[in-house]
Every structure is written in structure tokens, then in C-alpha cells.
Design a protein around this ligand. Sequence first.
Ligand SMILES: C[S@@+](CC[C@H](N)C(=O)[O-])C[C@H]1O[C@@H](n2cnc3c(N)ncnc32)[C@H](O)[C@@H]1O
Length: 188
Amino acid sequence: MDGGDVLEIGPGRGDLLLDLAEAMPATRFVAIEIGKKRYFKLIPRIEKRALNNIQLICGDARIVLTNHFSQGAFSKIYVLFPDPWPKSRHALNRLLNAEFIELLSRFLTIGGDLYMATDVDWYAEWAMTNAESLPLLENMGNPFVDASDMFSYVPTFFEQKWRAEGRSIYYLWFRRVKLASPSSTDPL
Ligand SMILES: C[S@@+](CC[C@H](N)C(=O)[O-])C[C@H]1O[C@@H](n2cnc3c(N)ncnc32)[C@H](O)[C@@H]1O
């Protein structure tokens, strides 16, 4: 769908953010990056390309979103190659749990899209199961394996890295729907 702000969580080096913001100067892009070094490296990249449609925030998206944005604010949300935290003792750090995906769905406008990508098969399956458990989201596909043109963006740093190693990439695409019978769980 067209219109509305676009959110990227964990832009890293900013490949997607810079490319889309340059291509769509009338759209406002919000990027939330928890890594201080990554945040400070990204600022000059944005300035170098003279992009004035990006709001870059350093912080934890799980906190920043709730404190600073309104529900339904975004038409698209990207979470690309979040760290899978493979060790079980780190499992609680995995970003794409059902609670966080539900939070994201509430910040999407109705008809808005949530895009997620990972190179880790079990993480893709887990994130997909979590997203599918939420009535506010509709799965627009499967995990699409190696459908590199699905999100229409230049591959990010991590996508390029994993592709160069010959890994498969899993793409998840979910759409925010309006609940058939409005209830207290439907914010819009
Ligand atoms: C593996 S990197 C991927 C970077 C980029 N998306 C790419 O594909 O090249 C994961 C990124 O997510 C950021 N990140 C992890 N947890 C986050 C959170 N809770 N809020 C915001 N950013 C987060 C990390 O600092 C890092 O920049």
C-alpha cells in the first residue's frame, strides 16, 4: 500500500534505509538502531547523501516504539537479519518473539506490511509461527526461500554476506488486517 511512514528496526549499515529514502523523498523513514557504534556510523552516511526524510533513533525498538510513536503510524516495517541468538541460554534475546511481533503489528496501519528476513531456517520457522498466531496479521506467503526480489530492495550488508557464503535466505511477509469483530485487542 502507498502512503504512511516506513520503519526499519536494526538498520545496521543502513543499506535498505538509504536506498529507499533516496528513492522515495516524499516518504518519512524512521530507523531505530540499538547499537551505538552503528548509530554513530550511520549519521554521516545519511548526511553524505543529503537525506532529510530520515529520523534515526538510537535505542531499543521494544521501548522506543511504545514511548514515542502512535499505533498505526507505519505503512511498512522492516526487520532484516535480526541476530538469531542460537545458544539456548540467549534465547530470551531473540527479537522476533510473538510479543514483539504483536507490538509491531499494532504500529502498522491496516493494510500495512511487515517484512522480516533471516538466513537461519529454524528462526524463520519460529518467527513465522509466532506471527501466524496473531489475529492482527495475515501471512502473505510462506517463508519464501531465496526470493531475493520479494521486498524490492538492494540486499543489505548481512544479506550480501550470507549470500556470498552460499546460505539460503528466508523472507517473511505479513499484512496488518482489521479484525472482523472489533475488540479490545484491535487498536484501530
Ligand atoms: C545482524 S544486524 C542486521 C543489520 C541490517 N538489518 C542488515 O541486514 O545488514 C542486526 C541489527 O539489529 C540491531 N538490533 C538488535 N536488536 C535491536 C533492538 N531491540 N532495537 C533496535 N535495533 C536492534 C543490531 O544493533 C544490528 O544493527
